[in-house]
Structure formats: structure tokens, C-alpha cells
Design a protein around this ligand. Sequence first.
Ligand code: GRF
Length: 224
Amino acid sequence: MTTRIAILASGAGTNAQALIAAGARGKLGDASVVALVSDRPGARALALADAAGIESVFVDPALWRTSGGKVLDRAAYGEVLVAELQARAVDLVCLAGFMRILSAGFIAAFDGRVLNIHPALLPAFPGAHAVADTLAWGAKVSGTTVHFTDEAVDHGPIIAQECVPVLDGDDEASLHERIKAVEHRLYPEVVRLVVEDRVRREGRRVTVAAPAAATAAPVAGFPR
Ligand code: GRF
């Protein structure tokens, strides 16, 4: 059955664009990107989705504020997001620069079906300023991490990571650009593995199973 993917993005949307392009080329396996959801009305990611013929949905966080403070706001906003995604029968959620912490209710509703990409080698440098923090610390190696999302920020089990060296002349923009170049290849690859149901979780440990063809019984007359 075709996996229905929603991308959640707040900003430039270059990772969203990479996922949409991969989907259009059939590189995500039996999957279809059915919606791009943003919490920012002018997000470039929304325009990219429109241009690609993908439904774009702005879910306004301001509409769902309650007087109870931040945690309630998050829960209420999470409920609205869940409703929007369920209305589109979404199976898999890909966070791609979504700058909002998801509610516990959201994570429970899509248990094990929310992926995130982060521009650092987690658990080093979590949070919204990972690239600046990497440079400020003087780290020599950075990279990117694709992981399952849980209730804590940049915390869930890691599926894949790749290194990107920090160069002497780097500033935040140059390092982030090289990290994004890797992300644009890695994220679609990981999404495909998830779509193909090859990603296994055991606690924090994640492994990738061989493709189905390699484990299938040999066909008579076709030695392997
Ligand atoms: C990416 O570097 C991603 O790792 C992080 O936010 C950035 C989003 O960039 N979560 P873009 O909007 O996909 O260009």
C-alpha cells in the first residue's frame, strides 16, 4: 500500500524540496508526498510545494493559543496538526526544518512514524542553533543525523548519520550549506528505507534490514 507522506517545514524548505523531488522520481519507494504543512504563513517551503503540485497547508499557531500557557498551547496545536494529517490519511511524517516542538499527543498519534533531520551529529549540538554551536565549540567534524522523533528535542533513536568536516574558514552559512548538500541525499535515502519497512528499532538501537529481494528464496534456475 502506498505510504502517504506529509512534510512539516517552517523555513527555506530545501530538504522538503529534496524529498518532493525524490518522490516525483520514484526514489522514495512506494510512497507519495501528499502534503506540506507549515506553521509560518510565508515559508518558502509552502511555495515550493505549490510549485510542485503538492497540497500546502498553513496551520496558524496563533489561532490555537489558550490562556493556560505554553504547554497547553503546544497540546492544542498538536491536536490540530494531528487532525490535519489524519484528514489526509498520512502514514509517515517527515520533519524538515519544522521549528516547533511537537506535543506528546502528536508523537503518540504517529508513534514511530515521525522522522527528523538535524544539522549536527547528535547527541552533540541539539537545538535550533546547531551549526553556530558547532563552530563556537571549535568542533572539527560536524554532519547530519536522521532520527525517529520522540517527545524530547532532537532526541529519538538515530537511523543514519554522516560526517561533514568543519573547515578553517567556515562561517555558519558555509558549513550549513555543505551539511545541507549531504542532507538532501541522505534524507530521501532514509525515508525510502522506512517506506520499504527495512528499519528496525530496538530501544535506542536502529538497524536496517537487507532488501526483500536479497532475503527471498532463490528462484529455481536463477543461481545467486
Ligand atoms: C536543515 O539543516 C535541517 O537539518 C534542520 O533545519 C534545516 C532546514 O533547512 N532541521 P531547509 O528548510 O530544509 O532548507
